[in-house]
Design a protein around this ligand. Structure first.
Ligand code: FES
Length: 148
């Protein structure tokens, strides 16, 4: 009986602790916003800048992505439609889920049923696929293409 009571107390303490943490987060955010509006904005900007400075996940080297073409990684197909402009899309074909096979002639090609996708927008340009490849925002950072 006393064991059950302990578990109940621990469970309640855990639930209360979680609630307190959530409440603390909410209070902290609203407090900083109401106390110092400009300070809060600065903090948000700093947090965003820190994330940006961290550069997200490295997808590939920029030098591996040819202008007018692209490279296929384990997760993405990264293209460079124009010099210095990089795009990244899911490498999973929207037709039936094959991994796209190549990038050539300014299109991304899936060899399963010959769908093609625009290297700038990921929109289907031929074959049975009707939906665009999912895009992920990327940028160049220190010679790498990273998630933005
Ligand atoms: S799965 Fe890509 S064209 Fe069918």
């Amino acid at each position: 009986m006393s064991g059950v009571d302990r578990r109940a107390v621990i469970g309640m303490a855990g639930a209360a602790g979680t609630g307190m943490l959530l409440a603390a987060c909410g209070d902290s955010d609203s407090d900083s916003g109401s106390d110092t509006g400009s300070g809060s904005t600065g903090a948000a900007t700093t947090a965003a800048s820190t994330t940006a400075a961290a550069g997200g996940d490295v997808i590939t080297k920029a030098s591996d992505v040819p202008v007018g073409g692209g490279v296929i990684t384990d997760t993405y197909v990264v293209t460079q439609p124009e010099s210095g402009t990089y795009k990244a899309f899911s490498n999973v074909c929207t037709h039936q889920g094959c991994k796209v096979a190549e990038v050539a002639d300014k299109v991304i090609k899936c060899n399963c049923h010959q769908s093609t996708f625009d290297i700038t927008t990921g929109a289907p340009t031929g074959g049975p696929a009707t939906k665009s490849l999912a895009e992920t925002a990327v940028k160049e950072s220190d010679g790498n293409i990273v998630t933005a």
